[in-house]
Design a protein around this ligand. Structure first.
Ligand code: AMP
Length: 297
């Protein structure tokens, strides 16, 4: 496994990978969710390029940034074990020159839900993803459903800016108790960790309501809130039924043609967690997700 710490090194090593390469961008703190993306990238490509870049600009909370894990040696060992071919792990000043002043703004999507909870977050995500796609010039790029609104923002920018990459979306990888793997789970204490399993229970409940033919969006939304409120340590930021196309809240009856998505953001103690599920739940698989949320050239 080669490691490029500078753009010069990336340009030196990248041509050796050939022209059938999958990109997996990460911020480090790797877990099973990241590794699933790497494994999928291996299946589709001759080589895998992973990036580890803890992008300071996309954090809207200084404490969150300070607490984010930074164990590069551990992450590199995990990537080596997954037979990653090249890792690009630049420092912030390698990416952002002193007079850096360009932002990619996906206008509508970036201001809803996660975007309104974390102002400026999606502009910074869109900007760094554009930079990484430009620098790495891969044929495919892999993203996780766990951050579904981020995926939607990336789909928009790839389409709008005509970036020649195919994006693929992998289902959320969960622990045995249903909690979505997240770097931030490490900050939960034992009781909080148990409480956090309420998120998946709430999503499962709303999908079973959907399966029993409940199509009224406000009933589904209420079901989500009721389940989340069962645990008193959960504080709900938002819990909604939205249209996957535009992330607008669905009003009234869901049509069978709607691509409905249940989205949740909660806080437990100091930890903020997000999760989501497509309705009906059988759609939460790689091929449906990539068809609905990916970009194919
Ligand atoms: P991050 O390091 O948090 O920026 O995540 C890097 C990539 O891994 C993003 O595309 C995430 O959506 C994806 N990811 C994070 N957690 C999971 C998970 N539990 N399952 C699947 N993908 C995930």
């Amino acid at each position: 496994m080669q490691i490029a710490r500078t753009i010069t090194e990336l340009h030196e090593f990248r041509p050796q990978l050939g022209c059938n390469v999958g990109l997996v961008p990460t911020m480090g703190g790797l877990h099973e969710g990241h590794l699933a993306l790497i494994r999928a990238a291996h299946e589709d490509n001759d080589a895998v390029l992973a990036t580890i870049f803890l992008n300071p600009r996309q954090f809207t909370d200084d404490k969150d940034f300070a607490a984010y894990p930074r164990d590069l040696e551990r992450d590199l060992t995990l990537l080596e074990d997954e037979a990653v071919d090249l890792v690009f792990t630049p420092k912030a000043n390698e990416i952002y020159s002193r007079d850096f002043q360009t932002e990619v703004n996906v206008t509508d999507l970036s201001h809803k839900w996660e975007g309104s909870a974390r102002p400026g977050h999606f502009q910074s995500v869109a900007t760094i993803v554009t930079i990484l796609l430009n620098l790495t010039q891969t044929q495919r790029a892999y993203f996780g459903q766990k951050d579904v609104q981020q995926v939607a923002v990336i789909r928009r920018l790839v389409q709008d800016l005509r970036i020649p990459v195919k994006t693929l979306v992998l289902p959320t990888v969960r622990a045995n108790d249903g909690l979505a793997h997240s770097t931030r789970n490490d900050h939960l204490n034992e009781d909080e960790r148990i409480a956090a399993t309420g998120i998946f229970r709430a999503l499962r409940k709303v999908s079973s309501d959907y399966d029993t033919n409940i199509r009224d969006a406000s009933s589904l939304r209420e079901s989500l809130w009721d389940s989340l409120r069962e645990n008193r340590s959960i504080r709900v930021d938002y819990a909604e039924i939205v249209d996957l196309e535009n992330f607008c809240r669905i009003q009234g009856e869901l049509a069978n043609t709607d691509t409905a998505l249940a989205i949740v953001a909660i806080r437990i103690g100091d930890v903020r967690l997000i999760d989501n599920m497509l309705l009906p739940s059988y759609r939460n698989n790689r091929s449906d997700l990539s068809a609905l949320l990916g970009v194919s050239l």
